[in-house]
Every structure is written in C-alpha cells, then in structure tokens.
Design a protein around this ligand. Sequence first.
Ligand SMILES: Nc1nc2c(c(=O)[nH]1)N[C@H]1C(S)=C(S)[C@@H](COP(=O)(O)OP(=O)(O)OC[C@H]3O[C@@H](n4cnc5c(N)ncnc54)[C@H](O)[C@@H]3O)O[C@H]1N2
Ligand code: MOO
Ligand SMILES: [Mg+2]
Length: 417
Amino acid sequence: MENANRFRRQTVQVEEAQRRIEQHLRQLGVEEVSLEAACGRTLAEEVTAPEPMPHFRRSGMDGFAIMASATKGASPESPVLLEVIEHVPCGLVPTKAVSPNTATRIMTGAMVPEQADAVIMLEMTDNVEKQGKTFVSIKKEMPSGKNLTPIGHELAKGECVLQKGSEIRAGETALLATFGFSRVNVYKRPTVAIFATGSELLPVDAPLCQGKIRNSNSYMLAALVREAGGIPLLMGAVPDEADKAQAVILDAFSTADFVITSGGVSVGDYDILVDLFQNWEGELLFNKVAMRPGSPTTAGVWKDAFLFALSGNPGACFVGFELFVRPAILGMQGRKNKYRPECTAFLGEAFAKVNAYPRYVRGKSYVQDGKLFVKPVGMDQSSVTVSIKDSDCLIKIPPGGKGVQQGELVFALLLRE
Ligand SMILES: Nc1nc2c(c(=O)[nH]1)N[C@H]1C(S)=C(S)[C@@H](COP(=O)(O)OP(=O)(O)OC[C@H]3O[C@@H](n4cnc5c(N)ncnc54)[C@H](O)[C@@H]3O)O[C@H]1N2
Ligand code: MOO
Ligand SMILES: [Mg+2]
C-alpha cells in the first residue's frame, strides 16, 4: 500500500496533546508499603500530625535550664549563683521543677523541667562547689525562651503535614518516621510494556553487523519509566511486519497500564504503527504534534490503557517521552505536579535554525552572574543519541523568525531538580 495515502494526520499543539491525555488519566489503586520502600512513591492520603512536633519542651543546647527572671542583673561583676538540682540527659523526664534559686543541668534535645523558660549554654557558665553543693554561676541576663523549643514549634497537632499526591522524598520520609508511620499508603506503580519496532534492531548483547543497530531506545525508555515511578516491562523488538507486530503489541494491553513503542510512526514503507492505529478498536488521541523533534508522535487509549507510539529516532523518542509519557505515568500515580517545571532563562548561545514548529532543544543549564542561562548541548538532530546524556533541560525555541539570538530570553523545561 502507498504509505503517503494511507492516513490523514491533523497537527495538534503540545498543550492540546497533553490535555487530551489528561482527559483519559485514571488513578491506579492504593497499596501499603514500608517506609523504606516509600521513597520516590506518591502519597495516597493526606497526613496530619497525630501529635505536636516537638511534643515536649526541648532544650536547644547543652547547658542549664533556668527561670530567665532569675538572671536579672547578672553580670561578670555580680554573677547569679543557682543550685544545680538535677541532671537531665536526652530521653529522661525531669523530676523537679526549677525555682528562682535553682537550675537543672540539661543536654541538647532533652526535656526542659517545669518552670524553666530558658537554657543557658554550658560555655557561658562556671561551676562553683560550695558546702558540698554544686552551683552554676551565670554572668549574663538571659531572655525568656532562649535555647528552648516550645511544644508544636514545627507543627501543631492536627496540622496538615503532607498533602495527598506529593512525592515522598527525604524530607517527607523524615516526617513520616517522626510521626510513627512505618507503613505508608501510596499509589500503585503503573506497568509499562516497552516495545521497539524495526527489523534493523539487534539485541543489546548481539555483535554488530552491517546495516543493523542495537536496540537502545527500549533501554532508554525503561530507565525513563523507572525514574517516573513506573514498572518497565522490556518486550524486545518486533520486526517491521504489521500483522505480527500488531498481535504482540495489542496483546500487551492485557497486562500493562501503558504500552510504549518506538519507531514506525512516520510515513515510511515499514512504519507499521500507522497501520495499527488505522485498524484498531481504541481511540486515537493525536497522531501529529506541532513540535520538533517527535512530530509523528502518536497516542491512543484502549481498554483503559494508553498506547504511546514514539518516534524511532532516539532524540525524538526522548522528547516525546518527556512531554507526554512521563506526565501520564506520574498522573496515573496521582502525582500533583506531573509536568516538568518551566522557567525563563537567557540563551547562552544562539540557535539559528528556523523552525516550522516549536523546537525542544536538548540543553544544559548554568548560573552566571546570578542569572540562569541555558545552552544547546551540541548535536540536536532527532537521530542523535549522544547529546541526550548531556541535557538537563529542553530549551523551547519558538517557530518562525530566524531562531533565537544569544542573550535573548527563552522558556526551558527543567529535567533535573
Ligand atoms: N519522508 C519523510 N521521512 C521522514 C519524516 C517525514 O515526515 N517524511 N519524518 C522524519 C521524522 S521527523 C522522524 S522523527 C522519523 C520518525 O521515524 P519513525 O518513528 O517512523 O522511526 P523509524 O523509521 O522506525 O526509525 C527512525 C530511526 O530511528 C532508529 N531507531 C528505531 N528504533 C530504534 C531503537 N529501538 N533504538 C535505536 N534506534 C532506533 C532507526 O534505525 C532509524 O534510524 O522519520 C523521519 N523520516
Ligand atoms: O519530528 Mo522528527 O522527530 O523531528 O525528527
Ligand atoms: Mg520511519
């Protein structure tokens, strides 16, 4: 069949393509995991503080807990002497309240005794032994509240600690541990079946031969899926034979929440994904996007699962994943912020190529004189693999004109935090 006549493509903008995907996003179920396993996962419930934090009045220094008023008038010439009535290390509860004449020796993190409203650092005091008793000599007035963390200083009881849909990272993990959550409710991770298409593709461990290349896209995609919290299933490469390929690709819908393919989406004689989308029972979301690279990127939904047909060109495959697949994988895990943050930055090096579509150029960000700059990392053709590893952002070059000059402001999507 003549490929050029076999389908029609209607170009949509990137934002419209993302909106169409969002309309079909469902949330996966919830599962309980151990706190250690929760890192990188998405919280499936709001967490409120079951108790205030801290839950007891805590010393911020190694020193002496005192009544601040007892130090009134204290100076090197006329120090105040307070009798030391107790030693309180961390973890113990003081048994005696302090008075205007007494102090409690206390360590950082220990519970401050009743009546005390300040802690004076060890280094600011002297020990005095008198008539078999120990006194602390204080040469400075202390303000009330000094070196003492009040109950609820960080969080009040019942206060929202973590919002549903937030990513659990180190800081979130510390709070969950603080409040005794050894198990956490998180959204399930979607499974993502990854196919490569192309009779030129060799397994990674095969020796090279003329005209063939190793299947690098599948492994790149598996790494990206994992980073987005999905469970990648490497399904290998299918040859450019439409019937065979369709059968195995569609079969994956019985097990996967996402099916991703790379290659075979353009107008070539063997671009078999085009045939699949023409004949299938699912809904086509879009089959051409106003962007470079990756304009032939195609997506559809069938049986509640997504099929993303990414371009075979590695650069376009990468960009297509970042713009469409990653947000969908995060969205299915209930993640609040599923899109890469977009910022404005100065372009460090001119990009003179004229574009018919917005171009997402692999770039590197850096700070110079306190300003954020981005610059293309080098070879940016869709077929280039080597520059993917160097990029930490995608620079948005608007269509038309003569490209963008050095020093002009551009938008960039930040790929790393
Ligand atoms: N006449 C036209 N030709 C092309 C057009 C067009 O509009 N008219 N579009 C170009 C654009 S833009 C892109 S992008 C590519 C899209 O190609 P496909 O998605 O159909 O991918 P393939 O044809 O299968 O392969 C392209 C290229 O990528 C290599 N490839 C494929 N799979 C892998 C893999 N798993 N690992 C590594 N490399 C892979 C493949 O060998 C080819 O070199 O089409 C342009 N052509
Ligand atoms: O649209 Mo293609 O992905 O530019 O090279
Ligand atoms: Mg092709």
